[in-house]
Design a protein around this ligand. Sequence first.
Ligand code: ADP
Length: 486
Amino acid sequence: MDLQLNDPSLLQTGLFINGQWLDREITLDVTDPATGKVITSVATASAEDTEQAITAASVAFDSWKMVTAKERAAPLQRWFKLIMENHDDLAKILTAEQGKILAEAKGEIAYGANYIEWFAEEAKRIYGDTIPQPSNDRRLLCIKQPIGVVACITPWNFPNAMLTRKIAPAVAAGCTVVCKTASETPLSALALAELAKRAGIPDGVINMVVGKASIIGPTLTASPTVRKLSFTGSTEVGKILLKECAGTVKKVSMELGGNAPFIIFDDADLDATIDGLLASKYRNSGQTCVCTNRVFVQKSIEKEFSAKLVEAVESRLSIGNGFAEGVTNGPLINKGAVSTVVDLVERSVAQGACILTGGSVSELGENYYQPTILGNVTNDMPIAQEEIFGPVAPLITFETEEEVIDMANDTNVGLAAYFYSRDIGRVWRVSEQLEYGIVGINEGIISNEMAPFGGVKESGMGREGSKYGLDDYLEMKYICMGGLDS
Ligand code: ADP
């Protein structure tokens, strides 16, 4: 498949270890979910390759940690600039392997690059502390130091940004990384590695392996050299990795699944709400961990709201190949993802939900699911209890603020929540009572590099982005200097 890139050498297919591109006999095909066509094949890593990447990262750490934050910032800034200069090519690669529309792919490239620019700057501000001493013969202080070799495991839904969100703070803080990207979408990651090399990030600081999770995963988690794991993916896999990391007591960051409520109170601006909901629910065809999973509508405005939403979905959303003009929603990542959505909708309809629009696989092909709205949903139905990861909005009604907060919090996860209201008292009450790591008020898209991203409960631990995001890659050391009286 010819992507017609300005720079075809961005389409790398090797393992990236110690600054070298390595071919391997065992490869995996990367397919375009929009067409089912193979884009190219990439080399896969064995356990030995993974060990080699860990060793390269460990050797590189010895020197990288000694480089000052200001000096580390320079190649990171060059990397950021190269990404922006190759914006169009990177977006094409992303759309081809992931399926999201080109405009969203462009958005992701810029969003992902912003983390690099941000952390290149922010690492210059890794401050310590002096602590008042308990006696005058000593002085106490805290310094922060990079943790060491970091393993990063990332999913396919944001093949670029999930990676930069980890690599940027880690590398800016002085750590080195071994990244395992999702098998569905390795090309965006490998293109990033190529640009990191061109930017002059030293060999071994960033290593990239692709291949079987069952081989690479346990090699990374069992290694005593890897001091930290940063994972984005499903709660199920996160729990496996947490157990594996216990063996070597690694520090972990987990960005796991969500079940985002989107609450519409009767005082909301309904047109703004529709805009926010379309963005929060249907972007990337519903395949983000912060995508709206449950839409709660106050009973008194249910009819008006659901009519407006059906009208908006039918007139404003259009599915198709992400490269085509006018398309707003691409395919889902694969047939398995579609089957999960089909199953969730079927089970919920069997329990009394009704289809207000959409509700089936599109005639465009097996990877396409129609933008869908379900009415008559209750909070105990499968569609409200499980993560949908597809373009389906289930509508649930509520009468009171207390009732909707209880329903919104009645889940084992807590990543993002959204609500629309113009009542300032309610805005504070609801924001504070929602058991979520991220709350959007009168906004459907709220993530950026300046703000902390992460969840509570089984949505994980740690924060990505913001001044807090660096702490995940730093150890605090307490230093007590004694014997000062003599
Ligand atoms: P998704 O539903 O987004 O595919 P997963 O949690 O299955 O979420 O996958 C996220 C990332 O974790 C991918 O890179 C995948 O290959 C990897 N992965 C899946 N299972 C394991 C495992 N047991 N050990 C290590 N990595 C894994």
